[in-house]
Write a protein that binds this ligand. Sequence first.
Ligand code: 5CA
Length: 446
Amino acid sequence: MRLSRYFLPVLKENPAEAQIVSHRYMLRAGMIKQQAAGIYSWLPLGYRVLKRIEQIVHEEQARAGHIPLLMPTLQPADLWRESGRYDDYGQEMLRIKDRHDRDMLFGPTNEEMITDIFRAHVGSYKDLPMTLYHIQWKFRDEVRPRFGVMRGREFLMKDGYNFDLDKDAALHAYNRHMVSYLRTYERMGLTAIPMRAASGPIGGDNTHEFLVLASTGESEVFYDAAVTELKLGAREVDFDNRAEVASICEEFTTLYARTDETHDATLFDQIPEDRRKVGRGIEVGQIFYFGTKYSEAMGATVVTPEGTKVPVEMGSHGIGVSRLLGAIIEASHDDKGIIWPEGVTPFPVGIVNLKQGDASTDLACESLCKALAAKGLEALYDDREERAGAKFATMDLIGLPWRITVGPRGLANGVVELTSRRTGISEEMSAEAAVERVAQIYAAHR
Ligand code: 5CA
């Protein structure tokens, strides 16, 4: 992509309304534009990252055996009257009337709708286990939308729902979600810690939130420092193996890690003092087991192998897809801008042409783009008639992890410069070697 033909409305000044670094950088890097309180347009650069995050979520859901579908944003109120939540949900629910005066709402979550789909089409234990999910826009009329995409009113969520015959199977689905979420967040360059949490309007008493540590997080968290060292890494997990999945969950939830809602000072004080940490965290996901709360209220039953009808066991599991952009930036930036982890970067590599209009430098940049494209890597090529300093500042702000700088002096010696955004370290090498190096780095991430 040539920057001269792209749409990247970078801001020079710090926007006054942005109180935290991720919001500031998302506005300055031309990723989002606010359209109303807590409602954003996703400009091309932000949209690319959003799509990358969705892609990772889909890939990891597929690995766990979960099935994607798509439910609408607008829902009939009647479904929510069946569960009793139409009145319970309160002012956070955006209520709408259609032309026939029918009560509708913009979905804040989809437990009722998925239960309706299930009861219409599934009736036997033979169809279980089944987990369905979608990635869809939600609306919650938050009193205080703030921090950009972090607490929006309209936001993108992955929400998944498991249907199982009995409690053990449903708890396995809960554990499966926990493990697949760990991997999802790790691929995004994040350490997200599962913490015992409170369930709120979703219901049930078995629930964990996933928190990314950040000083600007909205939740107060209490944890054993050792929990931040845990990694799933490249482990191959057999998601059908209940014992294996349960033992990974145990590994990640045994050390103390709780939000303020479930904090227990007596337990906390038993951690060795040098490992006792109080901090703040951003909630990037939450999983719930709630059993038959919705299936009983809405008559979603299955026939057991013995021939009796029982309400299906359920849970729901969410990832804050749009919030993740903010969380990743909070976790990965410096005073010059964003530093994207390779897994989610909008472009894998940027190319800076130091002498635009110089025939051989232009040609070298163009062949670099082609060589990278041949490896499946789309470069963002800064081909503007700008000073080098301005080009570097833009690249640093938008945070592509790798930059290749091309100038006539280097080309005379047969080299370009490859720079890591994270370390700032530059190395000279041939253009071919730079392409090879970048391709190798991304092979580990895609
Ligand atoms: N139905 C369940 C699970 S699918 C549910 O709605 N869970 S939730 O309320 O915890 O939301 C899931 C995730 O969405 C949260 O962990 C958070 O990361 C994200 N989220 C919730 N509210 C907002 C908001 N106002 N703005 C941005 N992201 C949000």
